[in-house]
Design a protein around this ligand. Structure first.
Ligand SMILES: [Ca+2]
Ligand SMILES: [Ca+2]
Ligand SMILES: [Ca+2]
Length: 621
């Protein structure tokens, strides 16, 4: 105990020094480079996720801050004889943030999925006590982005889908209005005030900070943005329940046909209670039906309506990418900086409502039209010597050999198979990254070049974590040009600052508690934490090397490299990390979407075991 206290004291002292070293930069934020959340160990595992009042008594949701996590240097994609000796960063080309799986939730809706969280062996995506605090957590994250931007300006922001939880109009409006800095009323139905007075409970109105107006933001479509709780297109009857007084009835959605049955009331949250007590959930034959105050703002909206809503905004750009895009076709491209040859390809890789129901609608997919569009954009970007980033809700190449493929793996109904799509992507040397959310994980996966003679045909798949589930992080990205004409992509996890923000602080604590209750056996990532920061190296073609050399010389005049960010230290790299280049982190545990952070312990799944290299080699054969 004394040792623990000393360790904590030491950590605090170290921070004071670190803060002092920041000098006049007035930084009031911390990334996970600076410090990480260290959960305390719960003393009981018998608690229910809705026993909120007992959390602290039983040790749930408690944490301290511990040491920061340095960048893991990932040279996986480089040739075998590559030497990193004396390589330095020459220029920073682009900086942005990505936030995903925010899951803004109208917890008082009669058509969420509370029952699937509170029943025996429930899943956190059905119910988490943090779900009532989703707008407050987004607001805290936006404020944290603004602080980051003050120190090192960001070129743009990306939201990678699942902005709302269940395709409701009010959930989407809360999202856009929070980014716009409007008044937010996170209440629905009749007005509640579970703790009398302003600014002291999850239903109170608040003025959102809004994203700094210098940061344009863009968004991709997620499965939760246009399906019932991300799982299925709502039936007509279900759509009616969204705005009515009666609690939705449904069957076990994890069994065939369950979505169309009426075995359970999904229940809802009593928005008049301080902790958001679940009510009205359970089997139809043993549950007394309840009603709620109805609300037309809970209406389910189509993809076209969802896209169109982004024009009703006061932040830039109007439409947030969807302006002028064909209704319902949620794909577009943009170039964040006219001086930097990088193009972002925002792709809708969610399922369509008219797809066949093959174990739900949480799969990744492309129909022929979207695949053709993607190929034409990649062709164009390659021909124009642009570096390319695909931003899409669902990652690629992550579920190919895993046990969760039936729910969130690539669809068997897609116009292009996952293997064929990967093979196609490996024909574009300018493809830097496929950036995604969906699985609520921090994984970074090397998609190796199929041709050892051309390492530039490899690219990175970078997943960003959810703002709903612990560890409730977002990522910053920096694209940098190096002295040996390679590219480094720095990916950094950020915990939203909750200091001085009681409601966002509750969200974090409750999300941690929910994690500890639902997923108590989830192993920590190999870094010893749930965060993952990395420098991802990429080889360029000779043509791109020449092009970026010219850009970098102009850019270094613009941004400089002597701002303390230019020299990256790897001294904090964990000694336990394997030294060979075939490892990666995707497999320590996984979150099954359907929103779902349902843990399925994955025992033997190191990347080596998954055999990503050999899988690609097999495809080439
Ligand atoms: Ca609410
Ligand atoms: Ca209410
Ligand atoms: Ca109140």
């Amino acid at each position: 105990m004394v040792a623990l206290a000393l360790a904590v004291l030491l950590v605090v002292v170290c921070y004071s020094v670190a803060i002092g070293q920041r000098g006049n930069q007035a930084a009031t934020f911390y990334t996970t480079l600076d410090r990480m959340i260290v959960p305390s160990t719960p003393i009981s595992s018998t608690i229910h996720p809705y026993d909120v009042s007992k959390f602290s008594e039983y040790g749930y949701g408690l944490y301290q801050y511990g040491a920061g996590l340095g960048y893991d240097e990932r040279l996986d994609l480089m040739s075998a004889d590559y030497s990193n000796a004396n390589v330095t960063k020459v220029s920073s080309l682009l900086r942005f943030f990505a936030m995903t799986d925010v899951h803004l939730t109208d917890e008082e809706s009669p058509a969420q999925a509370v029952y699937f969280g509170i029943r025996e062996n429930g899943i956190v995506s059905g119910y988490s006590p943090a779900m009532s605090y989703s707008t407050q957590m987004l607001n805290a994250a936006v404020q944290t982005v603004n602080e980051i931007n003050k120190k090192d300006s960001l070129d743009f922001g990306l939201f990678l889908g699942d902005l709302g939880n269940s395709g409701q109009y009010n959930e989407l409006r809360w999202f856009i209005d929070t980014l716009d800095g409007k008044m937010i009323n996170p209440d629905s139905g009749i007005k509640d005030d579970p703790v009398p007075g302003p600014n002291n409970d999850y239903q109170d109105e608040f003025k959102a900070a809004g994203l700094d107006s210098s940061i344009p933001w863009y968004t991709a479509l997620g499965n939760h943005d246009h399906f019932w709780v991300g799982t299925n297109p709502p039936t007509d009857n279900m759509t009616r329940t969204y705005t009515g007084p009666d609690i939705l009835k449904i069957g076990d959605i994890f069994t065939p046909g369950g979505f169309y049955r009426s075995d359970f009331y999904v229940g809802t949250i009593d928005g008049s209670t301080p902790d958001g007590t679940p009510i009205g959930a359970g089997p139809v034959n043993s549950t007394v039906p309840i009603t709620v105050s109805s609300d037309l703002n809970r209406r389910f909206i189509s993809v076209a309506e969802w896209m169109n809503e982004f024009s009703n905004t006061t932040s830039s750009p109007s439409g947030h990418g969807f302006s002028g895009v064909e209704p319902g076709f949620a794909c577009y491209t943009f170039e964040p900086d006219p001086n930097v040859p990088i193009r972002i390809i925002v792709l809708d890789d969610t399922q369509s409502a008219d797809d066949l129901d093959v174990d739900g609608y949480g799969h990744g997919t492309l129909d022929q039209k979207r695949y053709d569009w993607l190929v034409s954009e990649l062709d164009k970007g390659q021909a124009e010597d642009k570096l390319l980033i695909v931003a899409a809700h669902i990652p690629i190449g992550e579920e190919m050999n895993g046990g969760l493929g039936s729910y969130i793996g690539w669809s068997t109904q897609a116009a292009v198979s996952e293997g064929d799509l990967l093979a196609k992507l490996h024909t574009y040397p300018n493809l830097l990254m496929w950036a995604s959310g969906h699985r609520h994980l921090n994984n970074v996966t090397a998609q190796y070049s199929p041709d050892p003679e051309h390492p530039e045909l490899g690219f990175w798949v970078v997943e960003s974590p959810s703002l709903r589930e612990y560890p409730q992080q977002f990522r910053t990205f920096e694209v940098a040009f190096n002295s040996d004409d390679t590219i480094s992509l720095f990916v950094t996890d950020v915990d939203p600052s909750v200091e001085g923000n009681m409601l966002a602080g509750k969200s974090r604590s409750y999300a941690l508690a929910a994690y500890q209750i639902f997923n108590a056996t989830l192993p920590e990532q190999p870094t010893g934490s749930f965060s993952y920061n990395a420098e991802l190296r990429k080889q360029l073609t000779p043509a791109m090397q020449e092009k970026l050399k010219a850009v970098a010389s102009r850019s270094s005049e613009r941004t400089g490299v002597s701002n303390g960010q230019g020299v990256i230290s790897y001294s904090s790299r964990m000694a336990s990390e394997p030294a060979d280049d075939t490892y990666c982190y995707p497999c320590a545990g996984r979150f099954d979407d359907l929103g779902v952070s349902l843990l399925r312990p994955t025992v033997d799944l190191s990347c080596r075991d998954l055999g990503i290299r050999s899988a690609i080699a097999d495809r080439i054969r």
